[in-house]
Design a protein around this ligand. Structure first.
Ligand code: COA
Length: 168
C-alpha cells in the first residue's frame, strides 16, 4: 500500500485579504494550545483581543513583517514582527498534522527581521515559553500583563540576539 503524500506547508508574505483567516487561526491556536496554562477568562480575552481591521493595517504597515503558512489552500499559521520595536509580535499555529510548523514560521520571520534588527524580544505566553527556549530565546523577566479590557495574565519577556552566522 502506498503511503499518503506528506502534508507540507508553504510560507509566504501575508496580504490584506488574509486578515480574516489570520484572525481565525489566532483564535483557534489560543483556545486549543494555551488552555493548559490559562483560565477561560484570560483565554477568551486573548482570543478576542484583536480584529481583522487591525490585522489588515498591520499587514500593510512597512514597519511590520507578516508571514502566513498555508496548506491545502488554508492558512494554518502566521507570524508577525515589528521592526522598530525589535519585537516578535505574534506566532500562532492552529492544530495541524505538520510537525514543526511553529519552528518553520519562526525561522522565516527571524530571517526577515534580523536583516533589520540585531535582536528580537517577545512577550511569551507561559505555554510557549518552552518552545521559545528551544529556539534560542532567553528569559528577560516575568510580569503581569494587563489587557485593554483589564484582564491580567502572567507573561515572560524573552530575547534572542541575531546569530552571527546566517546560513542563507
Ligand atoms: C507556540 C506555537 C506557535 C508553537 O508552534 P507549534 O507548531 O506548536 O510548534 P512546533 O511543532 O514547531 O514545535 C517545534 C519544537 O518545539 C517543541 N515545542 C513546541 N511547543 C512547546 C512547548 N510549549 N514547550 C516546549 N517545547 C515545545 C516541539 O516539541 C518541537 O520540538 P521537537 O521537534 O524536538 O519535537 C503554537 O503552539 C501556538 O500557536 N500556541 C498558541 C499561541 C501562542 O502561545 N503563541 C505564542 C504567543 S507568545
Amino acid at each position: 500500500m502506498q503511503r499518503p503524500p506528506a502534508v507540507t506547508a508553504k510560507i509566504r508574505a501575508a496580504v490584506g485579504n488574509d486578515a480574516a483567516d489570520i484572525l481565525l487561526v489566532r483564535r483557534e491556536a489560543v483556545l486549543a494550545k494555551a488552555v493548559s496554562h490559562y483560565d477561560p477568562v484570560i483565554l477568551n480575552d486573548w482570543a478576542n483581543a484583536v480584529d481583522a481591521a487591525r490585522i489588515a493595517r498591520q499587514i500593510s504597515d512597512p514597519d511590520y513583517r507578516v508571514l502566513v503558512a498555508e496548506a491545502g489552500g488554508e492558512i494554518i499559521g502566521f507570524a508577525m514582527a515589528v521592526l522598530s520595536k525589535h519585537e516578535l509580535k505574534a506566532l500562532y499555529t492552529r492544530p495541524n498534522p505538520i510537525g514543526g510548523l511553529g519552528r518553520a514560521l519562526l525561522s522565516e520571520i527571524e530571517y526577515l527581521a534580523f536583516q533589520a534588527t540585531p535582536y528580537l524580544v517577545c512577550e511569551a505566553s507561559l505555554n510557549a515559553e518552552g518552545f521559545y527556549k528551544a529556539n534560542g530565546y532567553a528569559e528577560e523577566g516575568r510580569n503581569d500583563r494587563v489587557s485593554r479590557s483589564g484582564v491580567i495574565s502572567r507573561v515572560v519577556w524573552m530575547k534572542k540576539h541575531r546569530p552571527n552566522i546566517n546560513p542563507r
